[in-house]
Design a protein around this ligand. Structure first.
Ligand code: MSP
Length: 525
């Protein structure tokens, strides 16, 4: 990989720090982590950005309600809630941007000044409904009896003299962009929604507010702060050096990262990302993101799970019972990325037991126990099952294609199908029966080596989604010493059969996915 190669650049939305993260926020962040870990294992240079959205009335009012200054409130929440949760969930981000950092605020001001100088900003009067929950100027169709459809709360009437961005000028260009580059907005349903929204006509956008001051100052008008979404969207570019001159480190970083390859967003914030954001970039003379992908919602009782509706579930409520790996696995495996999905404790317990404890965990325990029992804990001589090797090669191809297309469910399914096949191989070969006959020793060793090799491949392929268990298995297989760190194993090399070194000490280790305890409510098995 050359140093000048463009990085695969992926972002999550930056989250409002009005509260601690819930599993809806974790859903996007885990998806991004899974995809970036996969790309890293493809040997690509990767940049994974997440962060927090700290300005605006929503955060300001929450801080006030808690008797805190907004900045203190944000500092406290970021350090005590957001960063620790991402650490707990094994999120390997490369950068975490906070919109109150000078590296962001200064670049926002510079970018905005540039748009002003180019004539894309003008002064005007805004009058209309605003939802503080969404931090959005609403259109009549967005409301249900005066309430925001997403938050089910009454909207507020805003009447201010503000600065406007000439968004409407970019409508024809945006329509062309999506017609010519269908992969720029996915899934297809999201793209259709964006195109029909654009075709319905879009007004210019008020990009400043004058009735409160928790925001970035408009550089030429100190009585106004930048509208929080205009500020927030820019994070994707300010974090990698937007507006920095060529030849500076920021300028170089920008050249290596921009445009973003994928912005992962929930479907509720699609229009901001697929209409306003590319128009801002077009106005600034910059390339637009290669893809905006809108995923669905985690539902509770058929509605979007959210803290404001008191249906928010903290990730720890689930990980304390199932563990972090199972949490990461479940949401990517059970819900097609792009569709809504209901979280169900029962479904999660069922998949944990059948797919993780039985199919994967048990295969690992069986193999390590048999190598201990029949081979004194030493990996026997190399062997190659043509069937398993061919099937593995196909699995890698299918999984790679699906995962790179953000079809995480199919990608994981393909790997788990291979896992089932290996289980079937062990069951059919009956090594425990073969072991009874000393003259069939080499047959027994072949079965065990082939199973160990399959587990080597499974650990690598499942590492991006379950980093903890696969790392353990990697060390039980003795692969750390002979093959190096699991993170360094390349997807393109996985199906090269015979990599585990005969003679390596295999250890039994602990059970990867222990049987679930029944909790007080009698849930799970
Ligand atoms: N701050 C803005 C984003 C600015 S990005 C330039 C914001 N923040 S948020 O904290 O309200 O939401 C962040 C993300 O979490 C959104 O993509 C949203 O869709 C996602 N989710 C919030 N609740 C969710 C579910 N119940 N299910 C899945 N994702 C959900 O919007």
């Amino acid at each position: 990989m050359s140093d000048s190669a463009k990085s695969f650049y992926l972002t999550t939305p930056i989250y409002y720090v009005n509260d601690a993260p819930h599993i809806g926020h974790a859903y996007t962040t885990v998806a991004g982590d899974f995809l970036t870990r996969w790309h890293r294992q493809k040997g690509e240079s990767v940049w994974y950005l997440t962060g927090t959205d700290e300005h605006g009335q929503k955060v300001m009012r929450t801080a006030e309600a808690n008797g805190a200054q907004p900045q203190d409130w944000c500092d406290r929440l970021v350090e005590s809630a957001w960063k620790p949760v991402w650490k707990h969930l094994e999120i390997a981000y490369d950068d975490f941007i906070r919109t109150t950092e000078p590296r962001h605020t200064e670049r926002v001001q510079k970018f905005l000044q540039g748009l002003m100088e180019k004539g894309f900003i003008y002064e005007g009067n805004y009058e209309g409904p605003y939802c503080v929950g969404c931090e959005e100027f609403k259109l009549p169709g967005d409301l249900d009896e005066g309430k925001c459809k997403i938050h089910s709360k009454p909207v507020e009437l805003v009447k201010e003299t503000n600065w406007f961005f000439k968004l409407s000028e970019f409508v024809p260009k945006l329509i062309d962009h999506y017609k010519n580059n269908p992969s720029a907005c996915e899934p297809e349903s999201a793209r259709n929604e964006v195109v029909s929204f654009l075709e319905g006509g879009v007004s210019d956008l008020s990009i400043s507010r004058s009735t409160f001051n928790w925001g970035i100052k408009v550089p030429w008008d100190s009585k106004q702060v930048v509208y929080v979404w205009f500020d927030a969207l820019l994070n994707y570019a300010t974090a990698v050096g937007l507006t920095d001159a060529k030849g500076t480190s920021g300028g170089e970083k920008f050249g290596k990262t921009w445009p973003a390859d994928v912005h992962l967003v929930g479907k509720d914030i699609l229009r901001f990302h697929a209409v306003i954001w590319p128009a801002m970039l077009m106005a600034g003379g910059l390339p637009v993101p290669k893809k905006v992908f809108a995923h669905g919602w985690l539902l509770v009782g058929g509605e979007k799970m959210s803290k404001s509706k008191l249906t928010g579930i903290a990730p720890a409520d689930i990980t304390s019972h199932f563990g972090v790996d199972a949490f990461r696995y479940y949401f990517m495996r059970a819900i097609p990325f792009g569709s809504d999905g209901s979280f169900s404790w029962e479904d999660m317990s069922a998949r944990y037991t059948s797919e993780l404890a039985n199919d994967f965990g048990n295969l690992a325990s069986r193999l390590t126990a048999m190598i201990e029992k029949y081979c004194g804990g030493i990996l026997p001589a190399r062997s190659e099952s043509k069937e398993l090797a061919t099937s593995l090669a196909n699995t890698v191809q299918t999984a790679d294609k699906a995962i790179c297309n953000l079809d995480f469910q199919s990608g994981i399914n393909a790997v788990m199908e291979f896992c089932k096949e290996v289980n079937g191989y062990v069951t059919a070969k009956e090594p425990w029966a073969v072991a009874k006959d000393e003259s069939r020793k080499s047959e027994l060793e072949a079965i065990l080596y082939n199973t160990a090799e399959s587990l080597r491949a499974l650990s690598i392929l499942l590492h991006p989604i379950m980093p903890i268990a696969t790392k353990k298995l990697w060390s039980y297989l003795g692969a750390q010493d002979s093959l190096g760190e699991i993170e360094k194993q390349k997807i393109s090399e996985v199906s090269k059969w015979g990599q585990l070194l005969p003679g390596t000490k295999i250890s039994k280790g602990e059970i990867l996915f222990p049987r679930l305890e029944t909790d007080r409510d009698g849930r799970s098995s």
